[in-house]
Design a protein around this ligand. Sequence first.
Ligand SMILES: C[S@@+](CC[C@H](N)C(=O)[O-])C[C@H]1O[C@@H](n2cnc3c(N)ncnc32)[C@H](O)[C@@H]1O
Length: 279
Amino acid sequence: MPTIYNILQATALDKVDAKVLLAHLIDKHLDWPKSSLISRDKDSLPQALVDDWLDLEKKRLLGQPVAYLIGKKEFFNVELTVAPGVLIPRPETELLVELVIDFLDMAKGCQIAAPKVLDLGTGSGAIGLAIAKNLPHCQVTCVDVSTDALDIAQKNAALLDLKTVKFHQGSWFDGIADQFDVIVSNPPYIPAGDEHLSMGDLRFEPSSALTDDQDGLSAYRQIFQQAPAHLNAGGLILVEHGYDQSEAVCQLLTSCKFVDIKAHLDLAGIKRAASAKLS
Ligand SMILES: C[S@@+](CC[C@H](N)C(=O)[O-])C[C@H]1O[C@@H](n2cnc3c(N)ncnc32)[C@H](O)[C@@H]1O
């Protein structure tokens, strides 16, 4: 029977991807510790594991995302279930969670005792659930137009034992009557026809999570126009955007009468998010 060592030597997959897939299969099939990828790499593997490996290896070679193949993705400090109905949360989106936590941190002078946070286009629940997990005093509402996404987000809330998070199916603010202290969103922002839509993991993710099928800015126009009616005075609006959209998004915020507009850099030093306040 093949060993971990044999498989890693023989596979054409990227070695990091191969190790993630193997760790997932070891967890599924064997009562071995996480360290066994190294410590037991010369032990024979059971046939069922090898069969599953061959299946996952084939799918990964065809381009299927690792996160869909193992059904989960780490985001901020939570583990989320993911499936082809939702966008795979990206590390750069963690910036939005950090900024919201910073804004609502009582140690930094935030006076709001029970802040209300709205996550528009929640997908797997990544942003809203990470905020709820790290700031349990917040009342988080997660919205998505996709029922597939909302099902997965609700499943993730249950797995994370986040019982107070609310979910709403609809387009942006449709059916939302409340006022919030923070509105956060990572909407679809890739313009129609962009070459990235036919590359890498994006080929397998829902198109409605990636592109607005227009100029990439239509979601911001809709959200920024409606947000003032749902934001408390002094409240924060915060969005992720594409690598080349900072100026356009900040301009839209200005035209919708927001103040204190700021651009935020991701870890690669790219302007990746914009925030503003309601005066
Ligand atoms: C880029 S994904 C972000 C998912 C998640 N927030 C994240 O960061 O991983 C955009 C999400 O917006 C949702 N969406 C697209 N159009 C929408 C609309 N009109 N109203 C609400 N959600 C929408 C999509 O279904 C998708 O889940």
